[in-house]
Design a protein around this ligand. Structure first.
Ligand SMILES: Nc1nc2c(ncn2[C@@H]2O[C@H](COP(=O)(O)OP(=O)(O)OP(=O)(O)O)[C@@H](O)[C@H]2O)c(=O)[nH]1
Ligand SMILES: [Mg+2]
Ligand SMILES: [Zn+2]
Length: 298
């Protein structure tokens, strides 16, 4: 039996099969049983060692250590999370955006905010919220291609993943970046005002030798995102624009930055330096985890 070992990257996973890109091409592989025993699930973006077999299934034998990984969207080793928000249709959900930026920051992934569908509604309110953060904010239009060059520039030489609700225009924007991709897109449901879950799988796409981007499905349930827990002590650091103020709170080590007297973060919100909407999201996320202890999180 001819055997041949290769290094590669998982670019897609469907129904227990993983598609691994190596220097020799793309190989359909199964994961070795040992991963299941160790409760490790191979992910798109994983760097792996595979064995290409002549007469049996190719196997993933080894998963290299991950530089970063996210549960939703399920991708490993990305540098950037491109969070696509539509100005309307579907309506923007700032709590979702801020949950995603916090999860990215916690995982050492750079969040980028793309405000899409600027042809359909006024973008000023969203812009006002996010220009007060430290994140890159790009205005875009999947329909006309506005903002495409800026997105291309930011993707260059990095591994990124697009994320955001169904229908915000993730696949449409990727098609603008490279029309050859021909990714499937679909109108949003006018009745429900949201997308139709057109993209079904997470796929890592090579734009050039050093630039990769993943298209991912819109979230089926926002509940699942709550699995990515950020403990209350850590949450403040996941809102980078708070950092300059955290140490100036009157009860610095104990300040939750939610209601406390003498809170420098709240003062900065009142002064219009930190956006109120971001602070509201912080409070909502804080309330979700405030009774949770470190040992309760696996
Ligand atoms: N008017 C307008 N429509 C847009 C824009 N961007 C995307 N669309 C439309 O929005 C609809 C949804 O776009 P998709 O690219 O399928 O959305 P998606 O985020 O990939 O959705 P899922 O794959 O379901 O997660 C399509 O009909 C697009 O043509 C835009 O900037 N302006
Ligand atoms: Mg899509
Ligand atoms: Zn405070």
């Amino acid at each position: 039996m001819v055997k041949n070992t290769q290094n590669g990257t998982i670019i897609k996973g469907i129904g227990g099969f993983y598609y691994v890109e190596t220097a020799e091409g793309i190989f359909e592989c199964k994961a070795r049983g040992v991963f299941r025993k160790e409760k490790i699930t191979p992910m798109v973006g994983d760097n792996v060692v595979i064995t290409v077999n002549e007469n049996t299934d190719n196997t993933i034998d080894e998963i290299k250590e991950r530089r970063s990984f996210l549960l939703r969207p399920p991708v490993a080793n990305i540098d950037q999370l491109i969070i696509v928000v539509s100005c309307t249709q579907p309506r923007p959900n700032t709590l979702l955006v801020d949950r995603l930026t916090a999860i990215a920051v916690k995982n050492n992934i750079e969040p980028v905010i793309v405000l899409n569908k600027i042809d359909l509604a006024d973008v000023e309110d969203l812009k006002d919220i996010y220009k007060k953060t430290v994140f890159n904010v790009i205005e875009a239009c999947g329909k006309t291609g506005e903002g495409t060059d800026e997105i291309k520039e930011i993707l260059k030489n990095k591994i990124s993943a697009f994320t955001g609700n169904s229908g915000v225009g993730k696949s449409t924007l990727l098609n603008q970046i490279d029309p050859h991709l021909n990714l499937e897109t679909n109108e949003i449901s006018q009745k429900l005002g949201r997308g139709k879950h057109t993209t079904r799988e997470c796929t890592l796409i090579k734009l050039d030798d050093s630039t990769y981007v993943a298209d991912t499905p819109g979230f089926a349930s926002l509940e699942l995102l709550k699995q990515e827990v950020i403990l209350k002590e850590d949450l403040q650091y996941c809102f980078p624009e708070f950092e300059d103020y955290i140490d100036n709170c009157k009860f610095a080590t104990n300040c939750s930055h939610t209601t406390d007297k003498g809170c420098a973060v709240i003062k900065a919100v009142e002064d219009g330096i930190i956006s109120k909407s971001r602070h509201d999201s912080y409070k909502a996320l804080y309330n979700e985890v405030k009774d949770l202890k470190e040992w309760q999180v696996k």
